[in-house]
Design a protein around this ligand. Structure first.
Ligand SMILES: *Cc1c(COP(=O)(O)O)cnc(C)c1O
Length: 379
């Protein structure tokens, strides 16, 4: 089955009770048993819920995995991965990453005795310099947030396999429409389904997808033992979102490309970060591992100041000033004061997140309206 068919049918069967084409929302915590242990595969909804299971099957299908797991948020999904580790273990992570992931790693798991190395991975061989016997996990986000660097997943997976280390990829920005990390050698794919997967800015959810039964069993154990699951109503919404992922992504990519090119020639714009440009430092890798370049575009203004950037985002009318990304509506963010405020200024600027950086999540509105909006805000 091809991707555009999998988004609609992958892992889905008509519901057993009445052949409903869409999975019903099983809004229940528990299930009647005929005799102790006599049930139809469902005992308690932290462990299993039919609506969540339908979604988990869809996740597995669109990422070419064998098992999917749904969580109450993207961070809950990352938290579950980190619980595979033990005190003393080490993690090598992308340095330019989602602020909440950085906070979870440094403020929670460092306290439990896990050591993190944050490094630039645009040259994947840099990973090798930080591997010790204790390295258990390589954590990659690509494209990175918000600098739009591209990391070569295949090259990282070769290193991971050589040293018997797990490779996890945060695929939130790309989605499986653009890149499928398990096919490139990753062991775990993670999503903040809050973003493009849900696609309508109406839910918070996380997902993990794997292709190995043993790893899946460990993660299911953690999912049930720690309990950070999502509810049936949100599971239904995410499933509905997945069904249009391919058509939404196609338009996100078209609009993102048009805006990146518009910004590049604007006299008040300094740098534009978008992996589709031929002069983007990792353009070749992007072309090889992605089907297109996505709807995320970051840029800095020539008036290189915090106040200048704030003025621009405040003037936008069609773009909404908000955290988050990946919805059908266009959003603008100021990473230094919003998504990346939890990363200390010095660490933030080292990765290029300057005070004047603006991040756009380009939606699927008419491109003429989006460009006109940016034009008036930059004037
Ligand atoms: C939003 C986001 C997360 C965290 O997901 P939540 O659903 O907000 O918990 C992780 N990684 C990336 C790249 C994100 O954009």
């Amino acid at each position: 089955m091809k991707f555009n068919t999998k988004t609609i049918h992958g892992g889905q069967k008509p519901d057993k009770a009445y052949n409903a084409v869409m999975p019903p929302i099983y809004q229940t915590s528990t299930y009647a048993q005929s005799t102790p242990g006599g049930h139809k595969g469902y005992e308690y909804s932290r462990t299993h819920n039919p609506t969540r299971n339908a979604l988990e099957n869809a996740f597995a299908s669109i990422e070419n995995g064998t098992h999917g797991l749904a969580f109450g948020s993207g961070l809950a999904a990352i938290d579950a991965i980190l619980k595979l580790l033990e005190h003393g273990d080490e993690v090598i992570s992308t340095n330019d990453l989602y602020g909440g992931t950085y906070r979870l790693f440094t403020k929670i798991f460092e306290g439990f005795g896990i050591k993190f190395h944050f490094i630039g991975m645009e040259n994947a061989h840099a990973i090798e310099n930080h591997i010790t016997e204790k390295t258990k996990l390589i954590w990659i986000e690509t494209p990175t947030n918000p600098m739009m660097n591209i990391i070569d997943i295949k090259a990282a997976s070769v290193i991971a396999k050589k040293h018997n280390i797990m490779l996890a990829v945060d695929n939130t920005f790309a989605t499986p429409y653009l890149q499928q990390p398990l096919d490139l050698g990753a062991d775990i794919v993670m999503h903040s389904a809050t973003k493009y997967i849900g696609g309508h800015s109406d839910l918070v959810m996380g997902a993990l997808i794997v292709k190995d039964k043993k790893l899946a069993e460990k993660l299911y154990f953690i999912q049930n033992a720690s309990g950070a699951i999502c509810g049936p109503q949100d599971s239904f919404l995410a499933l509905r979102g997945i069904k249009t992922l391919h058509v939404r992504m196609q338009r996100h990519c078209e609009n993102g490309k048009a805006i990146a090119h518009f910004l590049k020639t604007h006299p008040n714009v300094d740098k534009v970060y978008w992996p589709g440009f031929k002069d983007h430092p990792n353009h070749q890798t992007a072309k090889e591992q992605m089907n297109d370049f996505g709807g995320m575009v970051s840029f800095t203004t020539k008036e290189d100041s915090y106040e200048g950037a704030v003025k621009v985002v405040e003037k936008l009318k069609v773009f909404t000033l908000a955290e988050s990304l990946g919805g059908i509506e266009s959003l603008a963010g100021h990473p230094a004061s919003m998504t990346h405020a939890s990363i200390p200024k010095a660490a933030r600027e080292k990765t290029g997140v300057k005070d004047s950086l603006i991040r756009l999540s380009v939606g699927i509105e008419d491109i003429d309206d989006l460009i006109a909006d940016i034009k008036q805000a930059l004037a």
